[in-house]
Design a protein around this ligand. Structure first.
Ligand SMILES: [Zn+2]
Length: 472
């Protein structure tokens, strides 16, 4: 019979050791300690590995990191067998409730199904070694609360809640024959809010933050997959954007914007937006302004280069001719924009925007960015670790995870740790799912392939999830 890791021999004792209270000590009991030995450590920042080091986890935090062999008699020891230990990966642009795009859950299923699908998507993130996701728009605020309360397994979530779009903007998925004031189904499901004017945008931003959004996502200009907005269009007035940013700042957090071109991006920066998603058609001047004003860039390399490759776009059956033309245009600007972004040293993070058929390969966004633009695995890895954590920090007081740091392997950091087979600083393919052999989030183990009985890749309704619930 196959060994699914969680049930496996030696490892069972780790499960038992961690079982009673999610890695947190009961009253009067010392917190559980887990000692990783025989690992080479990528700490999320350095250009070299700490060879044959040790990492001690206590409860849900990293207690110490050492270049030497540590001796901690009472700790449960995990022998890394020479693997690389590194921070759990961070995706800065997820849509965890999307399977076949924005529209599927509009009418074909109900919200229970959307939630159930989201649960499998989150499990999949964990299986790939992604222990944190910043969600760029979905009805996911209740899910985030459930994950944080250990009701369902999932990565740490920085949810934006419903994205904000104007009428006819990128988030408007209504029907051509809608009358003014009709609410479309995505809006009814709180995946998007179609809002116009300062009063409406203010209310929508507040409604998201009231329910736990850690930042606000807006649609600041035309998009590819949407029906009513040409790519060149600028969305939301300056006053509307300023109102949204004002609400976010009153909560101590920030706004990220979907935007492709100079007009959208510059208006967003004028209003105080701090992170731009996509950005593929802007000029070098705008890139320089982003650098000067500390505006970060979230990169969707797979979509821009592979998804919108002109030959492949032709084959997308559900795109109109207009949408195909928009996709090709985005593809044409991607390489130049990213070269400028690197040249001017923007704060860059990986933000896959990959769901449905691409859900299973989040690491490819990091690898693609490296292959197409960087040729620097160290830089690429930072976009999913320390750089990403820096941008997550923009959430300030709305950051739900204040007990430790994220994105680095350092004392005082959260025990979000993965072990990969090989050296990612030399070969980025070592961070793809099949090479991610061990996943810990918040001191708990979600995947263990260390005994050589390898489990098959993630199975949505299979033993991995049962095993998780076995931890409680
Ligand atoms: Zn997106």
């Amino acid at each position: 019979m196959r060994n699914y890791g969680f049930f496996g021999g030696a490892f069972t004792s780790l499960i038992v050791a961690l079982a009673p209270h999610m890695g947190i000590a009961q009253d009067g009991e010392d917190p559980r300690q887990v000692l990783f030995t025989n690992v080479n450590i990528f700490d999320g920042v350095s250009e070299t590995l700490i060879e044959n080091g040790s990492v001690l986890v206590e409860g849900n935090l990293i207690k110490s990191v050492s270049a030497d062999v540590m001796d901690v008699p009472d700790a449960f020891t995990v022998d890394g067998e020479g693997r690389t230990l590194m921070p759990g990966l961070i995706d800065m642009h997820s849509h965890l409730c999307f399977r076949n795009g924005m529209l599927e859950f509009r009418g074909d299923y109900d919200q229970m199904a959307a939630g159930a699908y989201t649960a499998t998507a989150m499990q999949d993130y964990l299986d790939q070694g992604f222990t944190t996701a910043r969600d760029a728009g979905c009805n996911i605020l209740g899910v985030a609360k459930a994950v944080n309360n250990n009701i369902v397994p999932g990565p740490r979530l920085f949810p934006s809640g419903a994205f904000l779009s104007q009428t006819g903007g990128h988030g408007d998925t209504g029907n051509f024959n809608d009358r003014m004031g009709d609410q479309d189904k995505l809006e009814a499901a709180q995946v998007s809010y179609i809002v116009d004017g300062v009063d409406e945008v203010t209310k929508a931003a507040r409604h998201n933050l009231r329910a736990g959004a850690t930042q606000i996502k807006i649609m600041a200009g035309g998009g590819v997959a949407s029906e009513f907005d040409p790519l060149h269009m600028t969305q939301f007035s300056l006053e509307e954007m300023e109102a949204i940013v004002g609400v976010a700042e009153d909560y101590g957090t920030y706004v990220l914007a979907h935007a492709y071109h100079d007009n959208s991006v510059n208006r967003a920066i004028d209003a105080g937006v701090r992170v731009i998603e996509h950005n593929f058609l802007v000029s070098e001047e705008t890139i320089i302004r982003m650098k000067e004003e500390g505006v970060a860039l979230s990169v969707q390399s797979v979509i821009a280069f592979e998804g919108f490759d002109p030959d492949l776009v032709e084959q997308i059956t559900f795109f109109s001719a207009d949408q195909k033309a928009k996709a090709v245009k985005v593809n044409s600007g991607a390489k130049q924009m990213l070269d400028w972004a690197v040249k001017h040293d923007l704060l860059i993070v990986t933000g896959g925007d990959m769901f449905g058929p691409d859900l299973f390969r989040q690491a490819d966004n990091i690898i693609s960015f490296n292959d197409r633009v960087l040729d620097n695995p160290h830089y690429a890895l930072k976009t999913a670790t320390s750089n990403a954590a820096e941008v997550l920090g923009f959430s300030g007081e709305m950051n739900p995870y204040k007990e430790g740091t994220l994105g680095t392997i350092a004392a005082g950091g959260y025990a979000d740790i993965i072990l990969v087979d090989g050296n990612p600083l030399e070969d980025l393919n070592t961070i793809t799912r099949d090479n991610v052999d061990f996943v810990m989030k918040d001191g708990l183990v979600y995947k263990n392939w260390l005994p050589d009985d390898r489990a098959p890749a993630f199975q949505p309704a299979g033993p991995a999830r049962d095993a998780y619930f076995g931890l409680n």
